[in-house]
Every structure is written in structure tokens, then in C-alpha cells.
Write a protein of this length. Structure first.
Length: 456
């Protein structure tokens, strides 16, 4: 655990001779959480790391590392798994100067002050301030090496393969979310940068994806031109008016921010989604479901029995979520989670909540599968899953299968006990979610009713 957040590795750590070896995948956030800038080449097998006070060089296949310019013999040579270096974690922490504790199989590391942990607790949804050292707040780099230091997310462009165009294309991809496009109409970014060549024209760009169109492509972009090749070391606020692109509609599920398209470096002070103060959201639409659930700041569920037909309190990023009359019981209302979107989809129903760290809850709900997205009304052995989402791993997911049902099962009652990790301090990502796994290449549709969370 780093700063009370559980690290999720691609492969299980290996304990050997009082050392712990971990697969160092930058996409999992290990280097940014350790406040380390990195450069890694799969071709040479060399990994260089730099913190504010120390520099390291590891080479796959070599037992010799370089620490602050001096050669150091390791207990064994650096190996690789899936092309990624496997590093001696304790050696790294000791030489970085970080204090840590060992409790059984858990290593707990603190790289930040208590004040930063408090800042994590008080974050505002969709306002990314990058104020906590090493915490990229779920943003993932592409073609760039990043670190979060001095209250900014800073990065350096990494060249793509020789055949790729452009040669440099640094990017940051947001964590997944569900927001109303009619409610959030602008994105502002505090940005400073410098690129080469100095006479080249360039722009910053926001790509976006929606519930209806789940890809990040050129059709769904908004650009702001750079005036020159550098901001002269100062942060400049860029405003992206997302309404200038007519595809900014419905429910937006994620963005990608490209600060530049040349060799160079950049720093981001903040990325903030701005609400339109005059927006009027239709509370009977699927988009409104997100906004209704955003109002929930408790560890209970809003309108779990679906009897307030004006309040669709569950949303989905790939389905129509509506309240309908129960086909089996006149006068009773249920949530209908239905997708006509072709292909294989994991069909979610979500509501934002505020869990309490360390608390155990009893979750109950009724579920009935209704068919597949090709129009079939027959489903066999559909997997229904519960996923209490909260921040304690890079993915924040805690999936568990709770039912295996068919259309001839009818309504099925689920009771499941869940416990929230006591070390989870960030409440900004909390969601109660249920989803159905696809069957083959088909999406499974379903209905929900009588959803409750009760603290034990």
C-alpha cells in the first residue's frame, strides 16, 4: 500500500530472501505514487528512475544497478515478466529514503504528509488539482512519462515507433465517469509547455467518448491553438467549450487530453469540468439519472424501489435506464436496464453513494434477466455481478458474482455482505454498481427492484 492506497500489480509480488519483487508497470501508477520520473525501453531493457533526491538505473538481465551514479550489486539480476522489469521493492524504498512497515504480506509506504491525505478526502468530483505528490488521480499517460510533484502533473513526450505519425503524441486519458453533457459544458486546463521546433504550429486537444459512441476519435474533439511554442515557464488557462462539437451530447464517459504533438515537456496545474449555471436537465431521461445519483451523499440508495417514477436514480454508460411497470405485477415499478447497442457489452447500472471506510453492509436486490441485445427473449446462465466501487486500487473495482440466472428463473433475490476497506480514504469515486456479463458476443438485458444497502 502506498499512502493508504492498495497497489494492483499485473502479477503477484514474490517474496524471496527478505526481499519483495514486483512487476513494475508504469500504467499501474507505481512510479507516480513514489514521486519518480521514469524512462523505460523495452528494446534495451533499461529503466531509469529519478526522484527529487535520487537517480536509479536498472537493466533487465543485469545484477548491477546504478544508484546516484554509483554501481551497486543486487541480490540477483533484474528479470522481466511480459517485457516489464521485476524490481526489488525494499531495495528501491530503502534507497529512495521512504519509511515503510511490513505486516505479514503487506508493505505500507508513506510518501506524503498527513495534510495530503486530508486533501484526498476533500476532493470535488471532476476537478483534478494534482495537489498530492505522486497521485495522478486516475489519469493514465500515453507516449509520455509523467510524475506529480510541486502540485502539478508534469510530463515529457516519448517518441512513438519510427512508422508512427506524428512522431510525438503525448496524451493523458481520464478515469471513466458518467457526466451530463448538457450540465458540464466547458473544460478548463491550467497548462504550461515547451516544444520543438520552435516555429511549428500546434494545439492542445480534448478527445471525448459518450454512452452512444464509446471510442476516442477525431470526430469527437475540441482544439485550442497554441499561440507559440512555449508559455515561458508560466501556467496559462485553456478553456475548451465542448458545446462547439455537436457530438457533446447525452452522457460523457471519459476524455483524453493531448497537451501538444511535438517533442517537448508539459505541466498541468488542474483539469476542471465546469457546469453551465443555466443548464436545465430533464430529470426523466437516462442522462438525468447520473445527476440524480450525484446528489446522493449518504451510504444508502435513492429510490431503490423505483416507485418514484420521476426519479431515475440509476445510470448506465451503455444502456437505456428507465422506470417501467413490472410486467409480472401491476402497479409495481422496476428499473429496466436495456441496450440495443450491438456486440458484446458488460451492462452496468450505477448510483453514486458515500461509503464509510471499514463498515460492513448488507446489500439486497431483486433481479430478472429479460433477453439479449439481438432481440432474443431467452437467456441461459447469465452472470449477475455486484461491484462496490471505491478508491483503494488503480481500478477501484471490487467485483463479485452474486447470481447465475436464466430468463425462466424469473425474479431472483440477492443478499450479499460487503466490507469497505478501512484504509480507503478517498470518497470521491464511491459508486454502487450492478452489472451483467455478456454471453458470447451478446449483451444481457435485465430489470432491478427493491435495491437496499443496510449498514451492519
Amino acid at each position: 500500500m502506498i499512502n493508504q492506497q492498495k497497489m494492483n500489480f499485473d502479477f503477484d509480488p514474490i517474496q524471496e530472501n527478505n526481499e519483495v519483487y514486483v512487476t513494475a508497470n508504469p500504467d499501474k501508477g507505481i512510479f507516480s505514487m513514489l514521486n519518480a520520473y521514469y524512462e523505460f525501453s523495452r528494446f534495451s531493457g533499461k529503466l531509469s528512475l529519478a526522484t527529487a533526491d535520487h537517480e536509479f538505473l536498472f537493466t533487465i538481465g543485469s545484477k548491477t544497478a546504478t544508484v546516484d551514479g554509483k554501481s551497486v550489486e543486487l541480490s540477483k539480476e533484474i528479470s522481466s515478466t511480459d517485457g516489464l522489469p521485476v524490481l526489488p521493492l525494499k531495495f528501491l524504498l530503502d534507497n529512495m529514503g521512504y519509511k515503510y512497515t511490513v505486516d505479514g504480506k503487506t508493505i505500507s509506504v508513506a510518501t506524503i504528509d498527513e495534510k495530503y491525505i486530508e486533501a484526498m478526502k476533500n476532493r470535488i468530483p471532476y476537478q483534478y488539482e494534482f495537489a498530492v505528490p505522486g497521485d495522478a488521480e486516475g489519469w493514465k499517460p500515453g507516449n509520455a512519462s509523467i510524475s506529480v510533484v510541486d502540485e502539478a502533473l508534469s510530463g515529457t513526450a516519448i517518441p512513438q515507433s519510427a512508422a508512427a505519425f506524428p512522431a510525438y503524441d503525448p496524451a493523458l486519458t481520464s478515469p471513466d465517469f458518467n457526466i451530463s453533457a448538457s450540465l458540464y459544458t466547458k473544460i478548463v486546463v491550467g497548462l504550461k509547455y515547451e516544444y520543438q521546433p520552435a516555429d511549428a504550429k500546434d494545439s492542445a486537444c480534448v478527445y471525448f467518448k459518450t454512452m452512444e459512441s464509446g471510442s476516442l476519435d477525431e470526430k469527437k474533439t475540441v482544439h485550442v491553438e497554441h499561440i507559440k511554442s512555449t508559455t515561458d515557464g508560466e501556467f496559462v488557462e485553456y478553456t475548451f467549450d465542448m458545446t462547439t462539437n455537436p457530438l457533446w451530447t447525452g452522457t460523457v464517459t471519459g476524455i483524453r487530453f493531448d497537451p501538444l504533438n511535438h517533442a517537448g515537456s508539459f505541466s498541468i496545474d488542474y483539469i476542471r469540468f465546469i457546469k453551465d449555471p443555466n443548464a436545465k436537465v430533464d430529470t426523466t431521461t437516462t442522462t438525468a439519472a447520473t445527476d440524480v445519483s450525484k446528489g446522493n451523499i449518504t451510504d444508502t440508495l435513492i429510490n431503490g424501489d423505483a416507485e418514484d417514477v420521476s426519479k431515475v436514480a440509476f445510470s448506465s454508460d451503455n444502456a437505456n435506464t428507465t422506470i417501467i411497470e413490472d410486467p409480472d405485477k401491476a402497479g409495481n415499478h422496476v428499473y429496466n436496464i436495456d441496450s440495443k447497442k450491438p456486440g458484446q457489452n458488460w451492462l452496468y447500472a450505477r448510483q453514486d453513494v458515500k461509503f464509510v471506510a471499514g463498515k460492513t453492509y448488507i446489500v439486497e436486490f431483486d433481479v430478472k434477466v429479460t433477453g439479449t441485445n439481438d432481440g432474443s427473449k431467452v437467456v441461459k446462465d447469465a452472470s449477475i455481478n455486484l461491484n462496490p466501487v471505491y478508491a483503494d486500487t488503480p481500478r477501484n473495482d471490487h467485483n463479485v458474482e452474486v447470481a447465475k440466472i436464466s430468463t425462466d428463473t424469473g425474479w431472483y433475490h440477492v443478499t450479499k455482505e460487503i466490507t469497505i476497506n478501512a484504509a480507503s480514504t478517498d470518497r470521491s469515486k464511491d459508486q454502487f454498481t450492478i452489472y451483467a456479463n455478456p454471453i458470447g458476443e451478446l449483451t444481457v438485458n435485465y430489470m432491478l427492484d427493491n435495491l437496499k444497502i443496510t449498514a451492519k
